[in-house]
Design a protein around this ligand. Structure first.
Ligand code: COA
Ligand code: AMP
Length: 626
């Protein structure tokens, strides 16, 4: 039996032994004597009697081990033409001081802090400062509109908001402060304070109740780590649900630290002192886990990159960062590589840089199409590893465990289930499907440490959304199959979640925005294939009887409405006015059929269709035929 198979079997046969052993990599103020607490199943908790501080584990303990001079963080910002490194000692000092500043504003263990910051060191510092106090951070991605921010403020009910005055996109400066102000106008909840980091490029207006970051830290004294229960929340990260209300994914302290530390060695083959780079954003789970927590928990060096794969300044940006900082492995989304490939198909930029120590490229966030896989593999000459996970799971469900035992790659497959994840493919009745047959991918409970224990403030919503479809299983929302060798192939979502440039969005919430336009009678939004971004949203609207608005004006208003209510990140630009939408006899809109036609597939007409001529009339529009 290989190392992978041995670990996998042990993790399922003896989860207590497996995870208590992994817990040995973490420094506890009270070490756990038990791993799994199933007393409130189907809500499971890990390490119920353990106590620790995540910020201490990410920073102080490395300094106490004599590694204070090791580089913890490299901030590389081509959009501001600035690079700065922080040693573990420097980062700890900044974190402790800002934790003191948060404490001065009344933030205590269990309080929530909304973080609306771009890819700057202060984002990492704020997250770790919250963790230091046992406060719960909730980072909101900068590309979301005020309404989305307001929904998160109302759900998390933060004591304090930490924001920057602006973010820097290649094409423009994004003013963050007016977005925060507008969100606070919309929100019912009132935080006590907004701490504003003034960036010199575009300072923001300080209003009543606002305090500048520099003033907040000026008189602060450093705060020590506050021990918390392993089961206490470390953060809440909102992700797209099927309704307009985002789901607050809860991450605990103990299970998270244990699982992430374990993955750095076993999955990513990264050791203390190695330089690791995740090109994502702290607003997404990938950024939480693999820009901030995992690399610091093991004492590696993490790169924080404020830039894009192309245009900052060119398609060689990624290779420059790898070369400048001696990056051993890069983790990004396939869309980033497609962006590079589009501009520089021959990878001519690559020849300008030495990538001597670069050993592996990890990709996730969306399906890795075989063409991108082959291009990256051929140009870079290193293993290209696809792996599959979700905001909810916090770390990969299926991957090639490079540190444990590198397995042969099959393009199109994310490889095998990692220890702790009992992945099964089920049919509509919940029966297990044989190898090769596609169905719903479900995970037998309990989920391993680090996966979400629940949704913020709403156990029932967690149970209803994830645990009710198949008894005893977590529903991933993805479909796929497992082949005869146990390799998992993830094919796509079964719900209305779409993936635009690695960003997870809900077509349901876009439909809600379109439907609120006074001229729109009904609408559908589908995710259609896009060669660069993987998917793009496309809207179809039917006018109310008697509506006189011209299609061009309506289209402009609907595009603006999505940008205003959801944000630029939705990349919604394509909407058609149609006579009718195809439906089943019971009135269900045939979104899947429309998506298939838009993607150029030979989609069978469902036998339940109410009026096939409606679909026929839509075909040329869906295929965008002239
Ligand atoms: N703050 C404010 N606005 C943001 C933003 C942020 N943090 N991130 C993106 N936006 C805006 C962009 O400026 C753009 O606005 P525009 O419509 O005015 O041009 C819009 O949101 C869409 O942005 P994006 O999806 O980034 O598209 P793009 O065309 O600018 O770039 C890629 C395309 C592929 C280069 C880019 O999406 C990318 O690097 N993707 C990597 C994905 C990733 O890291 N995913 C995380 C999961 S691993
Ligand atoms: P997020 O929660 O933003 O990480 O998005 C999770 C969703 O992205 C998953 O449910 C999948 O639909 C998709 N996804 C992520 N990684 C992969 C992958 N490697 N292959 C296929 N789909 C993926």
């Amino acid at each position: 039996m290989g190392a992978y198979e041995d670990s996998y079997r042990r993790s399922l046969a003896d989860p207590e032994g497996f995870w208590l052993e992994a817990a040995g990599a973490i420094t506890w103020t009270r070490p756990p004597t038990r791993a799994l607490d199933d007393s409130a199943a189907p809500i499971y908790r890990w390490f119920p009697d353990g106590e620790l501080n995540t910020s201490y584990n990410a920073l102080d303990r490395h300094i106490e081990a004599g590694l204070g001079d090791r580089t913890a963080l490299i901030y590389d910002s081509p959009v501001t033409d600035y690079t700065r490194s922080y040693t573990y000692a420097e980062l700890r000092d900044e974190v402790a001081l800002f934790a003191g500043a948060l404490r001065d504003q009344g933030v205590r263990k269990g309080d929530r802090v909304i973080v609306y910051l771009p890819m700057i060191p202060e984002a990492v510092i704020t997250m770790l400062a919250c963790a230091r106090l046992g406060a719960i951070h909730s980072v909101v991605f900068g590309g979301f509109a005020p309404k989305e921010l307001a929904a998160r403020i109302d759900d998390a009910r933060p004591k304090v908001i930490v924001a920057a005055s602006c973010g820097i996109e290649p094409s423009r400066l994004v003013e963050y402060k007016p977005i925060v102000d507008a969100a606070l106008e919309l929100a019912r909840h009132r935080p006590d304070r907004t701490i504003l980091l003034q960036r010199e490029f575009l300072p923001g207006r300080l209003g009543e109740g606002d305090i500048a970051w520099s003033d907040a830290v000026a008189n602060a004294t450093p705060a020590d780590p506050v021990p918390v229960a392993a089961t206490d929340p470390l953060y809440v990260l909102y992700t797209s649900g099927t309704t307009g209300k985002p789901k607050g994914v809860v991450r605990d302290n103990g299970g998270h630290a244990v699982a992430l530390a374990w993955t750095m060695g076993a999955v990513y083959d990264i050791k203390p002192g190695d330089v690791w780079w995740t090109a994502s954003d702290v607003g997404w789970v990938v950024g939480h886990s693999y820009i901030v927590y995992a690399p610091l928990l093991i004492g590696a060096t993490t790169v924080l990159y404020e830039g894009k794969p192309v245009g900052t300044p060119d398609a060689g940006a990624f290779w420059r960062v790898i070369s400048d900082h001696g990056v051993k492995a890069l983790f990004t989304a396939p869309t980033a590589l497609r962006a590079i490939k589009k501009v520089d198909p021959e990878a001519a930029e690559l020849a300008k840089y030495r990538l001597d120590g670069f050993s592996t490229l990890f990709l996730a966030g969306e399906r890795l199409d075989p063409e991108t896989y082959h291009w990256a593999h051929e140009k870079l000459g290193v293993p290209v590893v696809d792996h599959w996970w979700q905001t909810e799971t916090g770390w990969p469900i299926v991957a090639n465990p490079r540190g444990l035992e590198p397995l042969p790659v099959k393009p199109g497959s994310a490889t095998v289930p990692l220890p702790g994840w009992d992945v099964q493919v089920l049919d509509a009745d919940g029966s297990r499907l044989p190898a090769g047959e596609e169905g719903s991918i479900a995970i037998k409970l309990p989920l391993p440490p680090g996966a979400l224990p629940t949704l913020w403030g709403d156990d029932q919503r967690y149970i209803d959304n994830y645990l009710s479809r198949f008894d005893g299983y977590y529903l991933t929302g993805d479909s796929g199959y497992v082949d005869a060798d146990g390799y998992v192939f993830v094919m796509g979502r079964t719900d209305d979640v779409i993936n635009v440039a690695g960003h997870r969005l809900s077509t349901g919430s876009m439909e809600a925005v379109l439907a609120s336009h006074p001229a729109v009678a009904e609408c559908a939004v589908i995710g259609v294939h896009d060669a660069l971004k993987g998917q793009l949203p496309r809207g179809l609207v039917v006018l109310k009887a008697g509506a006189t608005i011209s299609p061009e004006v309506l289209q402009g208003e609907l595009v603006a409405a999505i940008r205003r209510d959801i944000g630029p990140v939705a990349a919604f630009r394509d909407v058609s006015v149609v006579d009718a939408l195809p439906k089943t006899r019971s009135g269900k809109i045939l979104r899947k059929t429309m998506r298939g036609i838009a993607d150029g597939r030979d989609e069978p007409v469902p036998s339940t269709i109410e009026d096939a001529t409606v679909l026929d009339a839509l075909r040329p529009i869906l295929r965008q035929e002239p």
